[in-house]
Design a protein around this ligand. Sequence first.
Ligand SMILES: [Zn+2]
Ligand SMILES: [Zn+2]
Length: 155
Amino acid sequence: MDDWKLPWDGGCRCGAVRIRVTKPPLLAAACHCSGCQSMSASAFSLSIAVPSDGVEVTKGEPVLGGKSRDVHYFCLACMTWMFTRPRGMDWFVNLRPTMLDNHDWFEPFIETFASEKLRWAETPAKHSFETIPDLPDFEPLITAYRAEGKRPADR
Ligand SMILES: [Zn+2]
Ligand SMILES: [Zn+2]
C-alpha cells in the first residue's frame, strides 16, 4: 500500500542540508510540550515519524543542539531544527514535516502534551494525549495512521 508518493526530498531553510525519505511514515504528530514551544518558536512542533533506515542526509552535515534527552539535528548555517532521534527508540526518526519540499498535505494524526498547550492552540489531530501515548498504544495508532493518515495529494 504505497500511495505515499515516495521518495520525498526536503531541506533546511537555506538549503545547506538536504534530506530524502524513502520509506512510508509511521505516525504524524503535533507536540504542545513547553520544550517544543521553545525550540519551534511556535505553539507546537510538528513531527512525522519515519523508520530510521528510510531517512538519509543527501547534502551537508547537520549538527546537534537543543538540550534534552532526545538528540536534535540542526542546519549549522541557518539553524533550522530539522529532525530528532528519540533516545532509546532508535528505530525511527522524527522529521519536521515542514522540511519537505512538498508538505502542504501534512496533517497531525495525534497530538501530545495537550496538558501544556496554549489555550487557543488547536490541531486537527484525531487522537489527543495529555502527555505521550503509553507504549502499548503505539501499535494501534501506527496501524490506524497507515490506513487513515493524510497522504500527499495528487498533483
Ligand atoms: Zn540551512
Ligand atoms: Zn514536545
